[in-house]
Design a protein around this ligand. Structure first.
Ligand code: NAD
Ligand code: USQ
Length: 388
């Protein structure tokens, strides 16, 4: 298939581009390299020494003979460029990773809040509008967030996107109705994912666009089968207080002997998925498009749930001498102090996903990444900024 990967230079987009190229698809990446520019702004670098996009692509060609094309433009700002690109290329599938994805970054200042909203909402809307305008039948696969449901303890299992409810009709009867699960988000960033869902609903209903929205959990790990092939293909690894996600942060903190930074009580439960499993899920989503005229297809892309305190304790048992530190939660006004999280994850499992579990993936992450690159860790970047 001819596949466009929007945001294909990023943490999830890069390994997914390689994986899909390896599977024989014709891949074109579009990325404005904004994530690399944010590294410069925050004065921090990926723990792993990521090569330039051109070195990455040349290395892939040298190793496999497969070519990945690359275009550098801003999909949120350059609508007509995006439209003519889509009309010329005529892709079968567009995989959309190109959004500002850090909740803490989206809460740093009024500038980063506005950037996140402008970038993410215009990016998603431009892609939908351009697909509709092109008149082509393109399957859009979008990376959303499991955080759109809100992280609260619920009596019921949170479904995959849609909630069946009973309402009282005008004549007093109980009738069944299906609605989009009501979003309840904890950051400006997560809120953009909730708004994306409304754009999908509209363009699916009005223009018949086939859409799969993946409600992805917190992604951990670094390597996939393809990024391991050569150091010049290495994936990025964020560990700083703004972009680093909790488990990857704990992994490098353990390696450099920094106390593990559990925010608050650590009794917040979150949903996780290994980066290798994201590549399998996206391939499954591409191979299982919704039928024409079907509603937006929503899959929960998660494999395990853990509370933050348990993650820290698991690592402190695996690496000698690691301490756990309970720090004042920078998100204390936003997230519940503690929660359980019961969420459905049947769709991908029923399609054959065999997940990588924490117990298995952590050991290689500690040895192959954290120990190898610990000399590149800037300890002054570990503590989190204040949320506004
Ligand atoms: P990332 O920041 O590493 O990658 C995003 C890429 O998109 C970057 O390379 C960036 O330069 C590019 N980009 C951003 N705005 C763009 C624009 N306007 N035009 C062109 N390119 C643009 O993020 P990631 O971790 O790879 O996340 C990818 C997607 O998956 C995001 O939408 C994110 O919300 C979602 N997601 C990520 C996680 C996670 O834990 N990393 C979890 C759930 C969902
Ligand atoms: N946390 C700590 N210590 C840390 C870092 C975080 O205890 O050092 C806690 C936070 O308080 C939070 C949890 O860990 O309760 C997760 O925080 P995070 O920074 O790892 O992840 P989050 O902000 O939720 O966002 C990440 C990705 C985002 C994606 C989301 C999936 O950055 O792109 O959408 O995970 S989720 O929120 O699960 O829907």
């Amino acid at each position: 298939m001819k596949i466009v990967v929007l945001g294909g230079d990023g943490f999830c987009g890069w390994p997914n581009s390689l994986h899909l190229s390896n599977a024989g698809h014709e891949i074109t990446i579009v990325d404005n390299l904004s994530r690399r520019k944010i590294d410069v702004e925050l004065e921090v670098e990926s723990l792993t020494p990521i090569a330039s996009i051109h070195t990455r692509l040349n290395t892939w060609k040298e190793l496999t003979g497969k070519e990945i094309n690359f275009f550098n433009f801003d999909i949120a700002k350059e609508y007509y460029h995006l439209l003519s690109f889509i009309k010329d290329l005529k892709p079968d599938v567009i995989v959309h990773f190109a959004e500002q994805r850090s909740a803490p970054y989206s809460s740093l200042s009024e500038q980063t809040k506005r950037y996140t909203v402008d970038n993410n909402l215009n990016a998603t809307h431009n892609v939908l509008c351009a697909i509709a305008d092109s008149g082509l039948d393109i399957h859009l696969v979008h990376l959303g967030s499991i955080g759109v449901y809100g992280y609260h303890t619920t009596e019921m299992e949170i479904p995959e996107g849609y909630l069946n409810i009973k309402v009282e009709s005008r004549s007093g009867e109980q009738v069944n109705q299906e609605i989009l699960y009501p979003p309840d988000t904890e950051s400006i960033y997560h809120m953009t994912k909730a708004q994306d869902q409304l754009f999908f609903h509209y363009y699916n209903k009005n223009n018949g666009i086939r859409i799969t929205d993946l409600h992805q959990g917190n992604v951990w790990g670094t390597h996939t089968e393809e990024t391991k092939l050569d150091e010049r293909l290495v994936n990025r690894f964020d560990y700083d207080g703004v972009y680093g996600t909790v488990l990857n942060r704990f992994i490098i903190q353990a390696a450099v002997g920094h106390p593990l930074t559990v925010y608050g009580s650590g009794e917040q439960t979150r949903a996780f998925i290994h980066i290798q499993d994201t590549t399998r899920c996206i391939e499954l989503a591409i191979n299982n498009p919704p039928p024409k005229d079907a509603k937006v297809q929503i899959f929960n892309q998660i494999t395990q749930t853990h509370c933050v305190k348990d993650l820290a304790e698991t690592l402190s048992k695996m690496v000698d001498g690691v301490k756990v530190s309970y720090v004042d939660n920078p998100r204390k006004h936003i997230e519940d102090k503690e929660n359980e999280f019961f969420v459905a994850k049947k769709c991908f499992l029923s399609m054959g996903l065999k997940p990588i579990f924490l117990e298995e993936g952590l050991v290689s992450e500690i040895h192959e990444i954290a120990e190898k690159y610990q000399h590149r860790c800037d300890r002054s970047k570990i503590l989190p900024p204040r949320w506004t």
